[in-house]
Each structure stands twice: as C-alpha cells, then as structure tokens.
Design a protein around this ligand. Structure first.
Ligand SMILES: Nc1ncnc2c1ncn2[C@@H]1O[C@H](COP(=O)(O)OP(=O)(O)OP(=O)(O)O)[C@@H](O)[C@H]1O
Length: 737
C-alpha cells in the first residue's frame, strides 16, 4: 500500500453521481495521477491518499486510491495555495497573499479561532472577516462529514444532504442513532441506515436495532396514507425486514407500547398500532372538531335571505336550494363543509359568503393547501388567499429539524371567518395545526370535492369528518347551465357515477385517442404535444398543456414521458447549458416543478420588481439559465417570479413535462393530456381518473385503451385508508352530550 501527500494540481475528471475522480497531485514537485472515489475537491487542497499503483493502457502509471484524508496544509506556501483556491468565500489570490504575509504559519488558526484579527489586513472589514471564518469552518466540517460517511459507502452528494439537515451536529447525531437518518434525510432508507448502524457495532438482536426497525415499519404506513397498522402486519413485516423471529418482533412491539413510543388501540375488534404523532393528531382533530362544531355563535341580526337576493341580482344568477343552504349554513355554524364536483357552484358560494361577511365587517382569511390552489382562489374571488402553511406562519425550529407554526392554540388566528378551499387535500397533521389555530368564535368553512384523491399525507380527513355526521354539511350535486356545456364537467360527474364518459363529440372538449400498445401511447402523446394541439387551437406546450399520468414507472410513467418530451421539445444544443443531477439531465429551457414547500427561498417578481420569499410544492416554471461557475440555476415560474437555485437546492425540482396525478392536485391547466394504459391496479382507480380530468379547463385528451378506462372507472376499492378519525369524532361527541 502506497501513501502519498500533496496538493491537488488539477481535477481532470469528476463524476458527481458516483464520485469517480481523476486528478493530478503535486507531491513535492512530482505530478502523480490519482484515481478513485472522491468528493468534489478543488485545486489547492492538500490531501493524503493511500492506494496501489496500477498501469493504465493509455494513461500510464496511476495511483488507485482506496482511502484519503483532506489535510490542513502545513507549509506557508501550501496555506497560501489552499486559501487562494477559491474554496473560502471572501478570499481570492490577492487576499490569500496578504493574509499569509501578515500571519505566516498561524494564518489558518487565526481564521478558525480568532477571526477578529483578520481585520488587521488591509481591505478586510468585520463583515468579511466573519464571512471568511464561517466559510472556512463550514468547509472543514463538510470535509470531516464526507470522510466520516464515506467510510460507510455514502457518496459525497448524499453526505452533503445529510449535512444540510444536521449541520455541525451531523457526526454526533449519527453516532447516537443512525436510524434517525431514515426520518430526516430523503433518500436514506432503513437498509442503508441499518448498514451504518451494524458497521458501527449495533448487534442484530439488540433492542435498539429491533425497536428502530419496528418504528420504521410503522412509519411506513404514512406512505400509503394510512394512520395505523394492524398487529399481524406490523409483526410480520418488522420480523422480515430485521431478519428476526416474529416472537422477538412481537415482544419488542409490546415493549415499545409500554415505553410510550407507539400507541396500541382497538379498532373494529382488531389490535392496531399508531405512531405517537399520528395518534395525537387524530385524537386532537377529533376533539377539536366536536368542540368547534358545538360552539354556539352569536349571530348578528342580519337578513341572510335579503343579502342572497341582492347577490343574485348583482350577479344575474339564481342560487338553487342547496346553494342557499350552503350560504346559510356557513353563516349559522361554527364549522361547515361544502362539497361538490366541478361546476356545482362552490366558487359562486364562496363569493356570496364573502359578500355577507364583508357586510358584517368581519375579518376574513382565505386559504388553500397548495400555492397554485391559493392563487386560483385569489383570482376567482378577488381576495388574497394564502397557503394554509403561510396563514399559520409556518417555519422551522432553530436547528431546522422540526416544523413550527407560530399560529397555534396559544396564538390563534385573529379572524372571524376562515374559508379553506380544496379541503380534501388536507392531511391529518395539517388539519391538526389548522384547528389548533382556530379559536372558539372563528367560523371555519371547508370547501372541497370529496371525490378527488385524498391527501398525499396520512388520513382521509375531510371524508372522515363528513362521515362522523357531527358537522354541518352541504352537498352540491347540480351542474349549472354554463358548466353543462363542458363535457369535462359532464364527464367528471359521469365518471363519478361509474359511467363511461362521452368522448370525441365534434366541437367539444373531451377526446379519447385509441392506442393499443405502450409505444403507440407514447408516440401519440408526443405527437399531440408537439403538433396536433398547436394545429388544433394554437395551444403552446409550455404555456397551456400539462401531461399527467398515474404512474412514475413504465411506458406511460413520468420518467419515460419526461425523457421523451424533453428530447423533442427541448433537445440538447450547444447553446444550452446542462447539468446532470441524480441521473436526470436538467437543461436550459426545461419545464420543471418544485416538489416541496420552501418558505425561505427568495424570488423576484419580474413584472413589479417586488422581492419576496417562498416557492411551493406544485409550482411550475422554466429553467432560464444554468450558471456552471456560480453553481446555480435560474428558474422563472409561471407567475413571472424568478428564483435562483444553488445546485445543492436542485433536488427540490423535477422535470415536469409530465407529472403524476397526485402532484397535479390543486392545480388547473388549459389542456390536460393523460395516458390511460396499463399500470399497477392500485393506481388505476376512479378517484385518480376523476382528479386528473377535473384539472383540465378547456380540453382533456385521454390516450390509451378503453379496457383501462373502464377498469379505472370500476375500481373504487383502492382508496380505503386505515383511519380511526370518524369513530373518534363520534366518541368525543358522545362524551360531550
Ligand atoms: N345558481 C346558479 N345559476 C346559474 N349559474 C350558476 C349558478 N351557480 C353557479 N353557476 C355557474 O356555473 C359555473 C360553475 O360555477 P362555479 O365556478 O362556482 O363552480 P365550482 O364548483 O367552483 O366549479 P370548479 O370546481 O369547476 O371551479 C359558473 O359559470 C357559475 O357562474
């Protein structure tokens, strides 16, 4: 085994996916080629590598590195080279020289431990001094973490992600409990965390490992939207993932219950287990739902009928009985749910309710679960609507590990009325935060469409609250005249009733193109998006059309469709910069979607030059520029907000030529194109088809085979979620009576 130390002279090749690197190392004047797995390193850094010599047929003698260590340079010349390498924010070649001249071999210690002294150098003020010191320390920390995790086979890009979560606590958190990584770091599953734990000496049958495995298994019910897991399933699955006996798994499940780490409940005579956060949320939503719904409201003496009549006159419509009841229920009750399909007048009613409460001079807040839904609500009502998160003043705790809501039971929302649209998308955790922030006396009006897909997160909250029969409910069934002219609306209701849609009527807005192979489906979708819709009505792919699909994988899944559409609608070109991230190519001109709520990222409104913060899950935009040197990408969202993503933040974006139906929830598009083709039965269901087509405003085009269309309409059994909310609300109601 050879051991060499030297300065990196040049990084010839670096693959960000697998870290394979070829570099030249200056070892006391000799240039040596070194290959191996390295994180992103920069010329000027001083490293020690251990490895073996090999002879490459074309490149000659090289050192194949097995391990490496990033060293702090020891000579003054080395320190200057290191500081001048551009690694440390605030130091270029000139400042590196001045710093070394002033502090000699103490320069790095001074940067690290005594940054105030840096101001002794000309051109360095207090601010620059602390920036230099912070950047230096962060770099050292990151390198330590990359090396520490590298020993367990974790790539440097994954290590960077771990660092982003835990910062300078990374090593201590992992040493204390490597299983925490599963919950906190996207991309790390039980298997990887378990490997790290085992190689740190955790034993196969130790309660620590077994309990971590069981908790992980129980958490996995989040992914299916379930609130709990039945005993048999939990024991069986835990035993198999941990490779232990079911008896041992069962004993540990019992211990976890005794320790208060998981909750045992009996539902329909079955023993079931909840994670503590989900149990608490369900219990608290049940209790608060009953409390709010039982509260007596002091109604101002107003004549609702009179206001409705004047609204009807002004808007030249006549509300039907159910609509009038909805308006009255909203005025009279503490909490009311208004549900109905497209075109049944939900927006019309929200506007009428707004009018009434405005006349009473009430403080009103409008909110929706996603940014796009909030934007639509604002446009439709002329009132500002926020995301629920923003309304509740969402943030992160100091160490960024926990989500916090500044609006809560101690500091409730100070509105008289809160109206929430797209309420079917609210999961149990968000509903818990929302209800906590509603003080007694504030009316809560939940508007939604119960036939859409339930929330992505756990629970089937709106449906459970409705089914509990404890909350005032208005169901809107009638489709109104204008809406009747749209086959999208008519077909949505047909599908909901289990009937086949009517398609391909001339002059209408609902088409079905028959294709019987996956290849034909793909080719047809491509043809529609590149030519046919443009010729049909001048529709522009990037402005007007959205491909939605049930699946991620397979011929008609987002992965394949994104590749195909990207290649044809935004092909590679020497004029367009690209960057590959997690094996996806991102190119200037690409259509992308933000996939998590980021409340801190800054935007600039290109129309008004106004600046602000926050990009939300589901926001869609175009990559305008990729700046390789600045390591960032500029995205312009469809509301003309410009956002700059550092390369590290690009895991918040996915290509969005095609998106899943789940991601399309809460958004609307002029044209929706959807493959109706084979896929997992679980995904081919009625709610999903209904949700997809109701995203289309002007035109829906389905591409595929009628067998699958029929199968989707008939498949209504897949959205049964395991939840206890309905019965829990009923139990609380009985206690209150
Ligand atoms: N009572 C009514 N009489 C006549 N037209 C009505 C009535 N109620 C609603 N409409 C009209 O029906 C159409 C659909 O109404 P609205 O947009 O309120 O429904 P929605 O449930 O919000 O639909 P979507 O979910 O598709 O947005 C609108 O053009 C509206 O003006």
């Amino acid at each position: 085994m050879e051991k060499l130390s030297g300065y990196i002279e040049n990084v010839i090749y670096h693959n960000e996916q697998n870290n394979f690197t070829v570099m030249e190392l200056d070892c006391g004047g000799n240039l040596v080629t070194v290959t191996g797995s390295f994180p992103t390193l920069n010329p000027g850094e001083y490293i020690t590598v251990k490895g073996a010599w090999s002879e490459h047929p074309s490149f000659g003698v090289q050192l194949k590195a097995h391990s490496f260590k990033v060293e702090i340079p020891e000579t003054v010349a080395g320190m200057e080279k290191y500081l001048a390498s551009g690694l440390i924010t605030g130091i270029g070649e000139k400042k590196a020289r001045l710093l070394v001249e002033r502090f000699k071999e103490d320069v790095l210690d001074i940067i690290r431990y005594n940054p105030d002294r840096l101001t002794e150098v000309e051109g360095i003020g207090k601010k620059t001094a602390s920036m230099i010191s912070e950047s230096f320390n962060e770099h050292r920390e990151v390198m330590d973490i990359i090396m520490f995790l590298g020993e367990y086979g974790i790539s440097s890009s994954m290590a960077m992600r771990v660092y982003k979560v835990y910062r300078d606590n990374t090593i201590s958190v992992i040493k204390e409990n490597p299983y925490k990584l599963i919950r906190d770091v996207p991309g790390i599953g039980f298997k990887l965390a378990d490997e790290i734990a085992m190689s740190m000496g955790v034993e196969q049958f130790s309660p620590f490992r077994v309990m971590a495995g069981i908790k992980h298994m129980l958490q996995s019910c989040y992914n299916d939207g379930n609130m709990y897991m039945e005993e048999e399933e939990l024991v069986y699955k835990s035993a198999s993932v941990l490779d232990i006996s079911e008896d041992l798994a069962y004993d540990n499940v019992e211990d976890l219950v005794l320790q208060g780490d998981i909750k045992l409940e009996t539902i329909e005579d079955k023993r079931v287990y909840y994670t503590i956060p989900l149990f608490k949320a369900e219990e608290s939503v049940a209790e608060m739902t009953v409390r709010i719904s039982r509260h007596r409201y002091e109604n101002e003496i107003i004549n609702v009928d009179k206001i409705i009549s004047s609204y009807e006159r002004q808007n030249d419509i006549e509300l039907d009985e159910a609509q009038k009841n909805a308006v009255k229920a909203a005025v009279e009750n503490g909490v009311v749910i208004i549900t109905g399909g497209p075109g049944t007048g939900k927006t019309t009613i929200i506007k009428c309710i707004l009018e009434i409460f405005q006349q009473l001079d009430y403080d009103i807040a409008l909110a929706a679960p996603t940014g796009r839904a909030a934007k639509r609500m604002s446009e439709a009502t002329g009132f500002e609507a926020k995301t629920i998160h923003r309304m509740l003043e969402f943030g992160y705790s100091e160490n960024e590990a926990e989500q916090t809501f500044d609006k809560n039971e101690e500091n409730p929302l100070e509105y008289d009325v809160v109206i929430v649209d797209e309420a079917s998308m609210i999961d149990i955790l968000l509903m818990n935060h929302l209800l906590k922030a509603i003080r007694l006396g504030t009316r809560l009006i939940l508007v939604g469409d119960i036939n859409q897909l339930p929330s992505v997160g756990p629970g089937n909250v709106l449906k459970d609250i409705i089914d509990s029969n404890q909350v005032s409910l208005v169901v809107l069934n009638k489709i109104f005249r204008q809406a009747q002219e749209s086959m999208i609306v008519v077909n949505a209701h047909k599908i909901n009733n289990g009937e086949m849609p009517m398609v391909n009527d001339k002059e209408k807005d609902f088409y079905f193109i028959n294709c019987n192979t996956g290849e034909k489906v793909r080719k047809t979708i491509l043809d529609i998006c590149t030519h046919r819709l443009k010729n049909y009505n001048g529709y522009d792919f990037f402005e007007d059309i959205q491909v939605v699909t049930p699946m991620k994988k397979g011929a008609a899944g987002i992965n394949e469709l994104n590749k195909l559409l990207q290649l044809n609608l935004n092909p590679p070109s020497p004029d367009k910069e690209e960057r590959t991230f997690m094996s996806t190519v991102y190119r200037e001109g690409d259509k992308v979607m933000q996939i998590k709520n980021n409340y801190n990222i800054e935007w600039l409104d290109l129309n008004t030059q106004e600046e602000g913060q926050g990009v939300f899950n589901g926001d869609i935009g175009i990559i305008k520029k990729i700046n390789q040197q600045g390591k960032n990408a500029t995205v312009i969202f469809d509301d003309d907000k410009q956002v700059i993503y550092s390369f590290e933040q690009m895991d918040e974006l996915i290509l969005s030529y095609a998106i899943t139906v789940h991601k399309s929830q809460g958004s609307e598009f002029k044209v929706v194109v959807m493959p109706v083709f084979q896929g997992p039965r679980m995904l081919l269901n009625r709610n999903l088809l209904y949700t997809a087509i109701t995203r289309g405003k002007e035109l829906v085009v389905l591409v595929g085979h009628r067998t699958y269309l029929k199968a989707m309409i008939e498949n209504i059994n897949t959205v049964m979620r395991k939840t206890g909310l309905r019965d829990r609300i009923r139990a609380h109601a009985i206690m209150e009576d």
